[in-house]
Design a protein around this ligand. Sequence first.
Ligand SMILES: [Cu+2]
Length: 558
Amino acid sequence: MLILILITSLITSINAASIISRSKSYPLPRSGELGPQTSITIGNNLISPDGFERSATLVDGTFPGPLISAQKGDNFSIQVINNLTDPSMFLTTSVHWHGLYQNGTNYADGVSFVTQCPITQNQSFTHTFSVPNQAGTYWYHSHYSVQYCDGLRGPLVIYDPNDPLAYMYDVDDASTVITLADWYHTVAPVMRFIIGANANTSLINGLGRYPGGPASELAVISVEQGKRYRMRLIAMSCDPNFTFSIDGHNFTVIEADGEETQPLEVDQLTILAGQRYSVVLIADQPVDNYWVRSVPDLVGVTTDGGLNSAILRYTGAPVADPTTSAPAVPENPLYEWNLNALINPGAPGIPGYGNADINLYLIAANVKGSFQVNGTQFVPPSVPVLLQILSGAQDATQLLPSGSVIVLEANKVVELTMTTTGPGGPHPIHLHGHTFDVVQSAGNSTFNYVNPVRRDVVSAGGPTPNQQMVIRWVTDNSGPWFLHCHIDWHLDAGFAVVMAESPADTLAHISPIPAAWDQLCPTFDALTVDQLGGGGILAWEEAANISTILFPYTPPPS
Ligand SMILES: [Cu+2]
């Protein structure tokens, strides 16, 4: 009997030890929740979200970073503190609040070399801005080189107490924010040299498994039978898009990128890097566990063994992996052109293709892995575009980088057509400072000027040839706004332009500019190459050990 007790207690202690070691593998607390007046600390920590331990660049030590939440109309003041120390990754940073217009506060947009110089080690910068007319699902991420691939990404939600679609759901809180991310076992300053680099893992709410890896803990999304949930999906991806479904459940799309839509029921959706959707999920199935699938568009992926998956668990269901299966072919997948803006629908300007005040045509080409937009590869300028404008540069011949800045007149309707050539698509195109009306989605032959979806990231099409996307917006926000592919490797390889809205008005539109902003460039410009981090030539040599298909060595942006 004594032996039995001893064996039992030994087994118990082994179990306890294994539980402790598993929690140790995620060494710091999981994400908390922050308000609109807050500070975030960018630092380096070891994490193993999929059972593989690596150093990462994190917000407050977690992946994803903490949820920043606010109520509609709140004023934001977010101090970004740079505590980075790991020289194998970038040591300077800047943080962008994806989807927020920053109307009148272009300097707070957080884009290195477009709206500011990066924040150096042991320095901070406070982003103060208001968000008067926006509510919905957003996110924040590094906008310095490919730094967000190393982990600097987190959700940001603005709740609307008077949401016109509130009658459709019962639960909408931190537990219903679902982040979808790709994850790499090699640091981004190495990966950026590899053409066509692939992620190791998909993480849902910061957890996942990789092929050949351990049966690492998966994210559990808990629901109660009979309740309706507003699930806020955020594709905080560096590269792949995700095809998302939940076994046994349909869901109703009610928001795309912070803009509410007419409710549209689907059973599957594809979400591109940078995009968000709110979907209403009704927990109306038997109490059980169901697979949540988030399949990246990479070669040879599956959801076997819990890869690219999370668990939807009804209250009362056993703590176990689901045994559900997905239909071979979805019956009712989302097509973007079936989405319609809910509030004040209709594209600005005179309807009809080419009838805007300014009609732009951009072609993005893949040239041996690098990207050119209308023949020019974007290379970050050493002086941020905003600082150039404030220093008196007013037209495209003066503004750098040459060939990458498009000057737009104030208060005009812009219609942008984009097509792409070569591999790498579909490319998710993001415009800062605005949402836009998608009057033609890539892959659809018809135009919609009456009630198209309004959003801030849209596919420019590919790999199917002869696709184009057409979007419209109004130049009511003076300042330089980045337009770029949200595949971070493509942005780093030159897939970007700057839309400089009415440069002559910018100084008046954004004043007063905080004195701390003026200090960013002198501090950054004084750095040595070593103080930039990113591994230098050693990073390129490590890339050469992984792949033979490489970009030539280029130092980090400085
Ligand atoms: Cu791209």
